[in-house]
Design a protein around this ligand. Sequence first.
Ligand code: GLN
Length: 511
Amino acid sequence: ATLAGEQLLGHPKGLFVCFLTEMWERFAFYGMKALLLLYLTKHHLFNDADGYLLLGTYAGLAYALPLLGGILADRFIGMRKAVIYGGILLVLGQLGMAWTGHAAEGVQGQAVQDTGAIQIMYFSLALIGVGVGFLKPNISTIVGRLYPEHDPRRDSGFTIFYMGINVGAFLSSLIVGYVGINYGWGYGFALSGLMMALGLVQFVLGRRHLLGQAEPPAGHTPKAEWLIYAGGVVMTFAVWQVLQTKINFGPLSALVGGHEVTLTELVAVVLGAGLYLWFIKLLLSGISAAEKGRMVMLMVLITVSALFWGLYEQTYGPWLAMADRAMDLTTFGIRWNAAQTTAIGALAVISLSPVFAWLWPRLDRIGLNPSYPAKFAWGLVFCGLAFAVLAYAAANPNADTGLVSLWWMVLAYFVLVMGEMVLSPVGLSAVTSLSIPRAVGMMMGAWFLFSAFGEIIAGRLGTWAAVPHDASREMALATYSSVFTSMMWIGLVAGAALFVVTPLLKRLTRD
Ligand code: GLN
C-alpha cells in the first residue's frame, strides 16, 4: 500500500505528530523522575535505600507494562485509542503527584510524613506506570507504520523520533527541575501534567495525519474497548499495591543480605525465568543451527543489557544524590540544582547521536564495524569508565570548599552516553536482524522487559550508596567513591568477559 499523506521535511506529517506526543510524554516522565528521589527523601522523609528501591520499582514497572499495552492495542483497541487512554492516565497521575506535593506542603524545605498523601503518591505513580504502558509502545509502533515497507526513510524517521525523546527529557530536567525545587514539588509535577495534556491535545488534533494506521483491528467492538479501559483501572489498583509491597522470600532475601525484597523483584525473577524457559523451548523447536546461533547471541545481548541499564540508571539515584549533597553546581554564573543535572544525559544523547549515526556506515566501509557483542562489550566498558570518573571526583573534592566540580559530572555523563550509543540503538537493530521472524515481537518485548529488569537492578545496587540523612559531606563522598569504584569494576569486568566470549558468539552465528 502507498501511504501518500501530507509530507513535511521529507517525512510523513504523522511523524511530527508522534514526535511531539512522545516528546511531551518523555517531558512529563523524565521531569518527574528528576524530582522523584529528592521528593521522596526530602519531602516524605524516605531513607536513601527506600528511595532508591521505589525509584527502581516504579521505573521498572513503567518499562515492563508496555509489553501488555502493546499486546492490548494490537488485539483490541488499536494504537490511537491506546495512546489517548494512556495519555489521560499519565495526566491524572502527574496531577495526583502535584496534589501530594501540595496537600502535604509544610513550610518550604520542611519534610512531611503524611500517610494519606503517600498512598495517593503510590496511586499516582501507578497511574503513570500504566499510562506509559499504554502510550509508549504504541506511539513508537505508529511511527513504523507511517512508512511503506522497505522505505529507506524509516531509520531516519526513528532517529528523529529518538531525538524527540531526548529533547523532552532535556527540557523537562531543566524546567521541571527548576520549578519543582524553587517553587515547590507540586508545581513541578503539575507542569509535567500540563505539558502531557497539551501533547495529548496535539495528538488528537493531528490524528488525521496518522493515515488510518493506528485504528482498532477489524472485528473490534465498543464492548471490548470498555473492558480494556476498565482493565487499565484494575491494573492501576494492582500496581498501586505491588509498588509498596515488600516480602521476605528466603532465597532472594538471602541474596540481598537477609533483607526484605520488593514484590517487584520477585515478579521480575519469575518473569525472567519464564522468558528463558520460553526461549529454550524455541531453540528446541527445530530451527536451523544458524538461526539457533543468532538467537543465542541475541539472548546474551539482551541479558547483558539489563546489567548495563542497572548501572546506567544510577544517574537518577546516587548520581543525583551526590550532585545534591556534595557538588558545586554553579557554572556560567548560574546556580543549577541537582534535579537539573539529569539534563546532561539527554544533552549528551542529542549531541552524540548524529556522531554515531555518521560513524557506523563509515566504519563499516573500511571493515572496522565491531560485531554486536563487541559493541555491547564497549558499552559496558564506557559505563565502567563513567563510574571511574565519578569515583575519582568523589575522592578528590576541592580542598577549600569540600565540593566536587560539576564538570566531573558532565564528563561522566558523556562517557556513560558513549556506552548508551553503542548499546541502546544497536540493541534495537540487533533484535530486528538476529531474531527469527516469527519471534521478533516477543524479542522486542524482551528487550524492553530487560530494560525494566535494569531499573529494578539499579534500585537494588543503589542501596549500596545509601547514606544516613545526617551524614557529613565527607562521609557521603567516601561512600559514593567506594560504591562507584565497585560499579566501575562491574562494568569493566563484565565488558572484558563479553570481549572474551565475543569470538565464540561470532562463530555460533557463522553459517
Ligand atoms: N531513553 C530511552 C527512552 O526513554 C530508552 C531507555 C531504555 O530503553 N531503557 O525511551
